[in-house]
Design a protein around this ligand. Structure first.
Ligand SMILES: *Cc1c(COP(=O)(O)O)cnc(C)c1O
Length: 433
């Protein structure tokens, strides 16, 4: 088998030396991979239980058009999501165009003029700066009279409880907690840490509402932030919970009160969840959610493999090779523009779509340096599919995530290493034959 694999990898352009090096790294990872499979097994059961108790049937896959009144498939999918996230209600819609939109809906629906929003975990994800009005923007919360306060993390990445206490005031209505580090350098928080933070905020102000930006965190652990006190968990369907099949969409799971308001904000006051045609997307949304636990597990294995492979070659990785994982993002500091280009070329070459394309850095709107991106995805912008990107500036780090299957993630990582060795930017240590 080993010989056969080596041969097929050779036909794909992976040298025997790169293959051998990868196998050596992998050997030590087997116990961790077993633990990831167990988490997936648990989460698969959780999803199945919700699908069974809500009696999902072929009738739920029917398409609706127009207003979408009485769309039983859509309504039942929302019950399934609520079942998995253990919330009273859920809003799961193709009309939510992306993660940023879902977060913007959740925030603007649950904050009124005069209210204050607090982030106790430092700066939020880039795109939220305009939603909140940290960067001036039309229709921001700030324009509507909602102010924003922020407590930064301690230098070591911990919560600054004193600062948080001092920022909570009589106007603080909503606390927003971002689970994943996104493109920041701080650690990603575990569900347990988020639970502790929520409990602290409530000890200062019992009626404060809490929203968690759950992007990239779904199904990485056996519990979700909604299991430990969050009023809303919010995310994108072209990340983990869409399982790679959802072509568009976002979700907000939470209390009936919060989700109702989100539905009125998304459609219109008085209409709420009763409108919104599903347009034939229900099969993909159900099936994607069904696959999401194992797809997330594959992506997680890829991230851990990349960290172990590259750390041993001397590249700094965040999270590092041995850390516990709470999201699927892996940063690898490559140290030069050329290395970023070679890495991304490898990820691209391993893709099922657009494998022949060479990613080149370009000046993307909204960024102050050039950005390089590798993605050969079935669904545009899907970052649960294998993808890599990063700004071309020191420390020259690529952010790497996704992989619909572990086998594909593995090939992508080996291919990135292959390209780095081909241009002489990495020399593999001698391994025993
Ligand atoms: C991806 C992401 C978002 C929003 O993403 P979209 O690109 O708008 O779908 C928000 N927060 C975090 C932490 C994310 O990873």
């Amino acid at each position: 088998m080993d010989e056969e694999l080596k041969q097929i990898y050779l036909t794909l352009g992976i040298s025997p030396a790169v293959y051998r090096y990868g196998e050596e790294v992998l050997r030590a990872l087997r116990p961790r991979f077993d633990a990831i499979d167990q988490t997936a097994e648990y989460n698969q059961a959780k999803v199945l239980a919700a699908m069974r108790s809500n009696r999902v049937s072929a009738a739920h896959f029917a398409a609706t058009t127009g207003y979408g009144y009485n769309d039983e498939g859509r309504d039942n999918l929302e019950r399934v999501y609520a079942g998995v996230f253990h919330t009273e209600a859920a809003l799961v819609r193709p009309q939510i165009t992306c993660g940023t939109h879902a977060l913007a809906v959740a925030l603007s629906a649950n904050l009124l003029p005069g209210d204050e929003l607090l982030s106790p975990v430092g700066a939020p994800y880039d795109t939220l700066e305009e939603v909140i009005g940290i960067r001036e923007s039309k229709c921001s919360l700030r324009e509507y009279g909602v102010t924003y306060a922020q407590a930064d993390l301690l230098p070591g990445g911990g919560f600054d409880y004193e600062a948080i206490r001092s920022k909570i005031n009589e106007r603080t209505r909503l606390v927003t907690i971002q689970r994943s580090k996104g493109y920041a350098t701080r650690p990603t928080f575990s569900v347990k840490q988020i639970g502790e933070l929520i409990a602290f905020c409530r000890s200062v102000k019992p009626d404060v509402k809490v929203m968690v930006d759950n992007c990239y965190g779904e199904f990485v652990e056996t519990t979700e932030p909604s299991d430990c006190g969050a009023d809303m968990v919010v995310g994108s369907l072209i990340k983990n919970p869409g399982g790679g099949l959802a072509p568009i969409g976002g979700y907000i799971c939470g209390t009936r009160e919060c989700v109702d308001r989100c539905a009125y904000r998304l459609s219109a006051p008085g209409l709420g969840q009763e409108v919104g045609a599903s347009l034939g997307l229900m099969p993909a949304l159900y099936q994607g959610f069904f696959l999401a636990p194992t797809v997330t597990a594959g992506a997680l294995k890829g991230a851990i493999f990349a960290a172990n492979l590259y750390e041993k070659l001397g590249f700094a990785c965040v999270p590092n090779a041995s850390e516990e994982r709470h999201d699927i993002i892996q940063a690898v500091t490559l140290g030069s523009r050329e290395a970023m280009e070679a890495f991304c070329l490898g990820i691209q070459a391993a893709a099922p779509v657009d494998s022949y394309v060479t990613p080149v850095p370009w000046a993307m709107p909204g960024y102050d340096s050039e950005v390089i991106m590798a993605a050969g995805a079935f669904i545009q912008g899907s970052s649960i599919e294998l993808s890599a990107d990063g700004p071309i500036r020191p420390p020259y780090a690529v952010y790497f995530q996704g992989g619909l299957t572990w086998q594909h993630a593995k090939l992508g990582i080996l291919m990135s290493l292959q390209k780095l060795t081909e241009v002489g930017l990495v020399r593999l240590p001698q391994t025993e034959e």
